[in-house]
Design a protein around this ligand. Sequence first.
Ligand code: LHQ
Length: 259
Amino acid sequence: MEPVLVSLESGVLHVTLNRPEKLNAFNPALHKGLADAMSRAESEAAIRCLLITGAGRGFCAGQDLGERDMKAAAIDLGSGLETWYNPLVKRMRALPKPIVCAVNGVAAGAGANFALACDLVLAARSASFIQAFVKIGLVPDCGGSYFLPRLAGTQRAMALAMTGDRLSAEDAERWGLIWKCVDDADLKKESEKLSLQLASGPTRSLGLIKKAIYDSAGNDLAAQLDLERDLQREVGKGKDYREGVAAFLEKRKPDFKGQ
Ligand code: LHQ
C-alpha cells in the first residue's frame, strides 16, 4: 500500500497520507512520499494548489513511535528532524503555491504541526489537535514552537505544549489556529472547493501573498512596506494582473493562467 496517495486534478495536487491503521503516523516511507509530492509541486507548472488530507479516521498521529529502536545506546532524535521534518516544513513554507490542509481526524504531535505548516487549514468538527510531545517527554517540533505562539499567543501555546491536552477543531478555529471548522460531512467538499478556487487563481500573486504574510513575522513596518513594493512590482509584470484588470473593466470573470 502506497504510504502517500498523489493525484493531479484540475490544477490541484491531492496528497493523502495513507497509513490509516497507524493513524497516518510518519515513517521514512511516508516522509519519502511527501518529499516526492513536494518535488512535483515545486517543478510542475500545472500544479497550482496542494490539498493535503489523511486516509481513514485520523489525520496524522505524528512520528511512528513503533519504528524507533529504544534500546540503542544513544538515540539521536535530532537526526530525524534534520533529515525529514525540517526540510519538509521549509519546503512547504517556501513553495510559491497555496497548500490547503483538510484535517479529517486527530492530528497529534508532529502531525498537528504539519497541519499548521500548511497555508489554509480546514478541519472536520470531530477532528482535534494534540501537542502530544510532552506526554512522551519531548518538546514540540515540526515548527510547533514557531507556529503556535504566532497563531494562538504565548499563553495558549504554552498551555497546549505543557499539558498535551486535546484541542477541539471548534476551539482551534476560535483560537485562530485554523481557518475553518466544518461539519464532518462537508470537509471533502469544502476543502476541494477552496482548493479549486485557489488553483484557478493568479498563482504568482498567491505565491507572493504567502511570502508577504510569512515574512511579516520577521520584519518591521518599514521592511514590510519595502517588501510589498518589491512584490507588487514583480507581480505587476505578470499576465494575470493584466487579465484581472481587463476582466474587471469588461465585467467578466477573470481567466487566470497562473503567469
Ligand atoms: C500509532 C501512533 C504513533 C505508531 C497511533 N505511532 N502507532 C518524535 C520523535 C522523533 C523525532 C521526530 O519527531 C517526533 C515528533 C512526534 O510526533 S512525537 C509525538 C508522537 N505522537 C504521539 O505521541 C501520539 C501517539 N498517539 C496517541 O496518543 C493516540 O493514538 C491518539 C491520541 C493520536 C489517537 O488515539 P485513539 O483515537 O484512541 O487511537 P489509538 O491510540 O487506538 O490508535 C490507533 C492505532 O494507531 C493504534 O494501533 P493498534 O494496532 O493498537 O490499533 C495505535 O498504536 C496506532 N498509533 N499513534 N504515533
